[in-house]
Design a protein around this ligand. Sequence first.
Ligand code: AMP
Length: 277
Amino acid sequence: MKHVTSITDLKALVVDAKNKGLKVALVPTMGNLHEGHLSLVRKAKQESDLVVVSIFVNPTQFGPKEDYNNYPRTLKEDIDLLYNYADIIFSPAVKEIYPDQNSRVFVYETKKSKILCGKFRPGHFEGVLSIVAKLFNICMPDTAYFGLKDYQQFILIRDMVRELNFNIKVVPCSIVREKEGLAMSSRNSYMSEEQKLSSLTIIKTLNTVKEKFLQGETNVFSLKAKALAVLFPQIEVQYLELVHPDTLESLSTAQKGAVLMFAGYCGKVRLIDNIIL
Ligand code: AMP
């Protein structure tokens, strides 16, 4: 396994691999790795020859009041975890990625990035799409792996690849959860044990909605009202929306394949989760 921090070094390694006919996969992360991230890396390893894992806490996707400065940075532990799976770890400094403090060119999506999380985190998806586009150009992978925990992010990246003609296959990966059901996230470490217990209400509620749908209830207003009543007051809900899996538009009648999307706070910790009906 190689660890590189410069764009030039990474490009040289990837070009060399490509010249040998190897299939290159990229797994972009912000580090503080857990089983969720590792599931992406393992899948990438199974399906390709050279796996690049990027570790970069991207400043442009954090709002001014968000946790950029406090985001857990555990590079040494991450490198140890990746030892058996990744071929290259790319952990550039902020200056390497944004040499010009005043970046002016961003990838901007006009519709699906403005709803759900986009409504509560203005500029977030612009930052995400821009860094992913930069990583795609830096790493030139054949495939890139993303978790469905960040469902809206996955759809936006998939759309960007289609619309901007990146020659990259974007691979969705299932959500990995703790034994009790909480979706794994680097931000879970911000929660106390008590908050972690409260947060289990989220997945229980999503599962209950799915069960009711499978039993025949399709009225989204009624499904949501009951779910919100269960979440209150332990969880401060930002949104709970049943959306079309592709357009992300809210549905009033539940249908198979629709995605129930949640975002909210457990204490001061913002959590997201979703379940596919
Ligand atoms: P992050 O480091 O949070 O930016 O996540 C990097 C990648 O890992 C993204 O594609 C996430 O969707 C994915 N990911 C994070 N947590 C999970 C999880 N619990 N299950 C599956 N994928 C995840």
